[in-house]
Design a protein around this ligand. Sequence first.
Ligand code: ADP
Ligand code: MG
Length: 376
Amino acid sequence: MNFNKLKFGQTIGIIGGGQLGKMMAQSAQKMGFRVVVLDPDPECPCQNVAHQFIEAAYDDMDALKELGTLSDVITYEFENIAAEQLKQLVDQYNVPQGYQAIQLLQDRLTEKQSLQKAGAHVVPFIQVTNEADLTQAADELGFPFMLKTRFGGYDGKGQILVQSSEQFDEAYQLISNQECVAEQFLDLKKEVSLTVTIGKDAQTIFFPLQENEHRDQILFKTIVPARSDKELEARQEVEKIAKAIHFVGTFTVEFFIDQSDHLYVNEIAPRPHNSGHYSIEACDYSQFDTHILAVTGQQLPNQIELLKPAVMMNLLGKDLDLLENEFYNHPEWHVHIYGKTERKPLRKMGHMTLLTNDVNQTEQRMLETFEGRDKE
Ligand code: ADP
Ligand code: MG
């Protein structure tokens, strides 16, 4: 594989200019690399951070090649790039992440199949392409079950909870748009995630186990270290996956823990992840720092140190008024605002991280401050 070690002043090309691209770019610039970003939105968060910006669709092959020509290494900040196009880039340019992970993981079906093949513990699922499959899903998995589109879902988009056969009409609609995967619905005790970076020579380093709470299927907050004894088991699952899927850079595995205390791999994000944002302030290297070290072919640190426990909360459009009023009184809030121009109630506009010796108390205080805004 073409895997060059970059020198200061050389250029990293990032496909995607959202908040993940922005935080990647900031880590890269800190280390002395130039950054060129490709995104269709001229007002995306990366616009004012990149040294150079290519305004183009993610599937514009000419623009992707222009990015390749301008860059010494190419990376991406999201998984919905056409694997075929990424393969063309891999053949011509330096793309250490490769295209295989994207190819497997952007499709929920092949993702689950390859996880199963790797020996990871996944939630029981079946492929759903027609009406008969839906009835079979109900028979095999029982009600309720989750129906998720194979491609393009994020933050709960493209999925419904099917409670009974009365919802089959709604389910048919989802299937008529796209093939789906039905998945057993778990009574969750907890959700956790593990962020990992793989460097050259398959050197693997783990961030601490992260405890996540979702609301409206969007990540609401992350607490680190997770209040869970599943860290070792989660690492073992990740090791199985890392052996089976070629990858270089930072990725995150999301897990479910059910009421019987079983750990299941939910999904993998082949890129830095929202639940790893706390690492910017709370760890000695952030998930973006280690990603940049990996894709530029540098050695990774031997291990990641958690400098202080942390509570990270996402800031959605609906949170910003309150944030603006309260920020002044809370210098302990490490606030990150991504710079998106359009504010929508459930859009991720930023996040904040609080470092603390008492995560329970900090979590409680933060909830008291922010729950108020829904009552107004
Ligand atoms: P996305 O790609 O949108 O993140 P996920 O599959 O991770 O999709 O689902 C989003 C959230 O929905 C999960 O984090 C979890 O809170 C809930 N969820 C998804 N699948 C299940 C399931 N099988 N059982 C219980 N909750 C689920
Ligand atoms: Mg998810």
